[in-house]
Every structure is written in C-alpha cells, then in structure tokens.
Design a protein around this ligand. Structure first.
Ligand SMILES: Cc1cc2nc3c(=O)[nH]c(=O)nc-3n(C[C@H](O)[C@H](O)[C@H](O)COP(=O)(O)OP(=O)(O)OC[C@H]3O[C@@H](n4cnc5c(N)ncnc54)[C@H](O)[C@@H]3O)c2cc1C
Length: 315
C-alpha cells in the first residue's frame, strides 16, 4: 500500500499541537496537513478514509483540549479562507478567521455578526458548535451550510436541516465537515454596528482572563429547567437569556468557592470562573483533573451536573 506522504504532498509528520490551539497544551499529531481549499479537504478525507487513518478537523483550536499524548492520526487544519458578499449574502469558507469576518462585515455596515465581537476561532468551528455570545448565535444568520458528509458527498443544507441547538447541530452530531456557509446580513448603520462589536471586544478584555492561554468557557451554562426546583429561586437574580433562561456556570463555580482552584499549572480563573487558564506549561491531565474536581464539587453542592462545552482530541 502507498504511504500517505507519497499521496498527499505537503503532509508533515510529528507536529506539536501545542502551537495549534489557544490553550497551548497537547502532544504531537502523527500527521498534520493544512488544507487551503475545498478540493484539498475533500481529497485528504478521501485518502485517509481509504488508508483507514483516523482524522480530525481543526480550526484554530480555541475550543479544544488536546491530550498530552497527542493524536495518532492526521490533523487536517482548515485554512480555506475565501469569502464574498453579494446582495447581502455573505458566502465564506470554513477556515476563515471569525474575527476577520466580523471586522470586514461591520466595516461594510452589514449587520448580523456584531454580537460576535471578540469571538475567536474559524467560521467552521462557529457553525459546527453553533457559537453564541451576548444573546446572538451563528444560527440566526445562517441561510445554508455546505458540508462534506460521512459518505464523501458535498451537500448544501438549508438552515432548518442543520438542527441547530445550544452549542450543537446535526453537523456536529454526525461529524460532518463544514466547507463553507451562507449568511444573510442586513444593511445597517455602520457606526452603530462597529460600536456594538467593539463594545463586546472591550467587555471580553475586561472580564475574561485573556492574559493567559485558555479555550473559553469550559462548561455550558445551566438550563434553568435543569436546576433542582428547591434551589431554583436562589438563582433568580443571576438568570440570563443565552438564548433561553440559564444560570451562568461561572456564578455556580464562584458560589462553590472554586475560584483559583489549581491542579499543576491549570487554574480555575479568578476573573471568569468558567475559564481554566494555563499558568505556564500546564498539562492536559492537570486540566482533566481540574474539570473532574469542579464537576464533582458542583454536583455535591447544588445537585447540578455540569456539561462540557469544550471538545477533546486524543483521549
Ligand atoms: C477567549 C475565548 C472566548 C470564547 N468565547 C466564546 C463565546 O463567547 N461563545 C462561544 O460559543 N464560544 C466561545 N469560545 C469557544 C470558541 O472560540 C468557539 O467555539 C469557536 O467557534 C471554535 O472555533 P475553532 O475554529 O477554534 O474550532 P476548534 O477549536 O478548532 O474546533 C472545535 C470543534 O469544532 C470542530 N471543527 C472545527 N472546524 C470544523 C469544520 N470546518 N467542520 C467540522 N468540524 C469542525 C473540531 O473538529 C472540534 O471538534 C471562546 C474561546 C476562547 C479562547
């Protein structure tokens, strides 16, 4: 059988994944490939499937905990980054940086993505997990998504077919690959739109521990309906809409006295307790231990089961 490196020129071996995620944690990937266009992605997936090599689609790694042992397969990093706007429809490839899309659309006075000011990652990462912030979600503007399904077919799904829900979609449940997305924007007041986006960026800088490597919120916020009835009233003052009523997990962690809880060099942030920060050379196993500890303590104190928002690779 032919070797993968002979079929896919440009493939690299033994690449540290530390440099490819915002947590700066994780071991090497056996194979690593940067896909710069749709054809690259399709061909690479065809090849690894044929060779029965496990693969993983990587955006900017801003929602990802990579194992210290790394990954014994091929990481395909998406860098397909073209986009165009025509008649208020933005069509962009999955590997484009979301902050770039927000900056460019708000600059054109187009409304629809300003809620995402300061949201890191790629468009593909945002679509697959229905990213959201400040009351907005990517699903609100999506009109269609172009995917590569498990059988190797390229398909265009309209928004209702994507079954978007809180930080999830049918795309993530089926491990489909987002190739590009179509978003319907509106004409708006450029100054107002830019001000909203900048305000969110400023808020994040003030309230989130961006001075340390991190991967954003570790846990999903808690659906108010899932909070045990006898303690629900205790949280009424902190309930927010995200986009349904939730109790912020950061509040629960803070109330349980877990700020600054530390394992090795991984620490529950004092600034935003739903973040874990890497104080320097933290290991994935430290983060895992810390996640388990937080879950256990929240379960014991409030009877609430926290659910991770982050994704895992190599465990
Ligand atoms: C400081 C900070 C703040 C954050 N704030 C928010 C926030 O407010 N709201 C929020 O929702 N998230 C937030 N996040 C999490 C993260 O930014 C988003 O989830 C982002 O959309 C992930 O994109 P990514 O390209 O980094 O994905 P990755 O981390 O690279 O990947 C995440 C998952 O998506 C999959 N994936 C990525 N691209 C594709 C694709 N094209 N097709 C199929 N699967 C794909 C990966 O396989 C993996 O399972 C934050 C993160 C950080 C570091």
């Amino acid at each position: 059988m032919k070797k993968i490196e002979n079929i896919l020129p440009g493939i690299r071996k033994n690449i540290s994944l530390k440099n490819y995620n915002t947590f700066k944690i994780g071991g090497p990937s056996k194979y690593f490939f940067i896909a710069k266009n749709k054809e690259d992605i399709i061909k690479t997936v065809q090849v690894v499937k044929k060779l029965r090599i496990p693969f993983f689609i990587l955006g900017e790694g801003s929602n990802l905990l990579v194992s210290d042992k790394g990954f014994k397969g091929l990481v395909i990093r998406l860098q397909n980054r073209k986009y165009k706007v025509k008649s208020l429809i933005l069509h962009a490839e999955a590997g484009i940086s979301f902050p770039v899309l927000v900056r460019e659309t708000t600059k054109l006075g187009l409304s629809g993505l300003e809620w995402a000011g300061g949201l890191p990652g790629t468009l593909g990462g945002a679509v697959i997990g229905n990213a959201g912030a400040f009351g907005g979600e990517i699903k609100d503007v999506i009109s269609a998504v172009e995917i590569l399904d498990g059988k190797g077919n390229v398909r265009k799904l309209r928004r209702p077919q994507c079954n978007f829900s809180y930080r999830s979609s049918i795309l993530s449940k089926n491990n489909w690959i987002v190739l590009s997305a179509f978003m319907k924007l509106k004409k708006g007041n450029k100054k107002n739109i830019q001000a909203i986006s900048k305000d969110h960026i400023r808020y994040r800088k003030e309230r989130h521990p961006l001075e340390y490597p991190n991967i954003g919120s570790i846990f999903k916020n808690c659906n108010l309906k899932k909070i045990p009835k006898k303690i629900r009233a205790d949280f009424s003052h902190v309930v927010k809409i995200d986009p349904f009523p939730v109790v912020p997990t950061a509040y629960l962690i803070s109330e349980a006295g877990l700020k600054r809880l530390r394992v090795g060099k991984a620490e529950v942030s004092n600034k935003h307790p739903n973040y874990i920060v890497n104080l320097g050379n933290a290991r994935a196993k430290d983060v895992i231990k810390l996640i388990h500890l937080v879950k256990e303590k929240i379960k014991n104190k409030f009877g609430i089961t926290l659910e991770e928002e982050i994704q895992y690779l190599g465990f």
